[in-house]
Design a protein around this ligand. Sequence first.
Ligand SMILES: [Fe+2]
Length: 269
Amino acid sequence: MERNVFDDAYLGDLSSISPDKVIENISDFGIVTFSVDSGNARHALVGLAQALGEIRSHPHSDRDGATSIAPRRDNDLHPGRMGFTQERLLPHTDASSMASPPDLLLNVCATRAEHGGETLLVDMRSVLTQALKTNPVALERLSAPGTVIFGTGGFSRASSVFAVRNGRIHVRFRQDEGVFFGAPVLKEALELIGLVDAMTVRMSLEEGQGYIVDNHWWLHGRASFAGPREIIRILADVRADRSGGVGETGFPWHVSSTAQEKIRVGTVG
Ligand SMILES: [Fe+2]
């Protein structure tokens, strides 16, 4: 039976959750789930995001920094606007083509779909652990700078799937029109796509239920759906000067100094 992610990561009602506890759990597990009075969900989520750090504004966000993710009648199937359709979104890192993707993704369900629309989640620490069992150079290769291009059309950025910094690994991953894997990492990228698919967990959110993930650790997506589903989304960065300690993003990982050096210089051959 599939693990119940919502219950495992549940911290309680948003009105009683301490921001310090959220940061602590995000640093340890990369994910937190919560519930909130659905009439107050947007306001409460904005308040928590401000307590955790800085809200990252987005071209589609409103003045409070939150974005309503719901089907829009005038929408096409443009890659950057797939969120505003009823289509499936394969698990991905948000804003993967930016120089620094946001640290946190906060999502709360405002309106549940009639059918489908389950949240898809992938723990990339588990995926990497699994990948290394069959391919010991997977991390080294997929950390080489410039081996993956993220973006579409006129805007793109050469980067890598993994980046190792201070004993933690930051992930950038997607598998839609917004990514191009270079030939030297194609084998590893295909293996990773298979593992991401096999290790995706589904979470069905009721109205007023939500989650926060470390965008450098967990991938998120959604199943296709029918009906007027609405999710309120906030992207945020953990603020370095917040009281109560600073949570670290990305997942902890022991890298030997030899491996670290190989990764740093981008050895892929
Ligand atoms: Fe997303």
